[in-house]
Design a protein around this ligand. Structure first.
Ligand code: HEM
Length: 297
């Protein structure tokens, strides 16, 4: 018997539209809960720390950005992995990002002794918080329009156009991340490099009029993003510490300073190229085997 679509309880998000348990949805749901579960597991250590609420604010903000990045990664990766089912979890990831960002703001208000007036005063007096608040409002708008009903009401085209602001939101989130980082900017630079890759992929796909990017284009993208990440780090740190960007660049290229984000982004980009090559080889072989079977029948 085919399960009735309308009967599926909306909160049972691990089930697909037909009401069947979806292993992919279940895995993504578990992943979305994992940072929360880890915070519960670390509760004693967090409570014993110097600023427990601030610790939670950082955890929630970090994971919101990660899930936002994963939401953006669905389109390129469904193509590269030839795995269209990934589209089915994009909304879940986006809503997950919003839940973490809602917790981020709620914790911020809690840190202001639960005073909304004090929170608003803080937000309007610090540039990094204004930027965070703009990103927050953008994410809230996307979450509010993510239901099937809203997609129908807005119409596919207008809905897609509205949801393109996710790139601007991620950019604001990254700027906010950089601004609040006091010491080591390695992780924010790496995150910015990955974001550049995601934007670069979209631009390259749009420029060629849609469709999959060839392995060669993915390779060029990996190299270009790595170069930009190195340049960004050299210029950014050069300006911040009043030293020559060339000196910073020489230091970042040298492995004795550790594996800097430019290298990390290159490594990630090259992994994508390898996955693409293996996946296209596999797809070709499956196609050929299918053609041979049909010919033999
Ligand atoms: C009204 C909105 C927001 C407020 C009031 C807010 C507030 C804060 C505060 C107080 C911190 C810690 C700063 C410190 O310890 O000095 C923080 C960190 C952070 N926030 Fe936000 N934020 C907002 C929106 C956002 C949004 C929309 C994102 C992402 C899309 C985001 C991502 C982050 C990240 C990644 C961190 C650093 C986490 C880490 O250290 O690993 N925030 N935010």
């Amino acid at each position: 018997m085919v399960p009735n679509v309308g009967v599926r309880a909306k909160w049972k998000v691990w089930r697909d539209r037909r009401g069947r348990v979806s292993p992919l949805r279940a895995v993504v749901l578990a992943g979305l809960f994992a940072p929360f579960a880890k915070a519960v597991y670390d509760a004693a250590a967090i409570a014993g720390g110097a600023r427990p609420i601030n610790d939670l604010i950082h955890r929630a903000g970090f994971w919101a950005l990660v899930f936002l990045g994963l939401t953006l990664a669905v389109t390129p990766f469904r193509r590269i992995l030839r795995f269209n089912a990934l589209l089915d979890v994009r909304r879940m990831l986006g809503i997950g990002a919003f839940c973490y960002i809602a917790a981020h703001l709620a914790l911020f208000v809690a840190d202001q002794r639960y005073s909304i007036a004090a929170a608003l005063h803080e937000i309007t007096h610090r540039v990094y918080l204004v930027i965070g608040a703009l990103a927050w409002l953008g994410l809230a708008a996307l979450a509010a329009t993510s239901t099937d009903g809203m997609v129908r009401r807005l119409g596919g085209m207008r809905w897609r156009r509205l949801h393109q602001i996710i790139y601007a939101i991620a950019l604001l989130g990254l700027i906010h991340y950089f601004q609040q980082t006091k010491a080591d900017v390695t992780v924010p630079i790496f995150a910015a490099g990955l974001f550049l890759w995601l934007v670069g992929y979209r631009l390259a796909a749009w420029q060629q009029g849609g469709g999959d990017l060839s392995a060669l284009k993915l390779l060029a993208l990996a190299v270009a993003v790595s170069v930009l990440t190195f340049a960004g780090e050299a210029i950014g740190l050069g300006l911040a510490f009043h030293v020559s960007p060339l000196r910073v660049l020489t230091a970042t290229l040298d492995f004795s300073a550790g594996i800097r984000p430019g290298w990390q982004v290159l490594g990630a980009g090259l992994c994508v190229v390898v996955v693409d090559v293996v996946r296209s080889y596999w797809a070709r072989r499956t196609q050929q085997a299918g053609a041979r079977t049909i010919a033999a029948e």
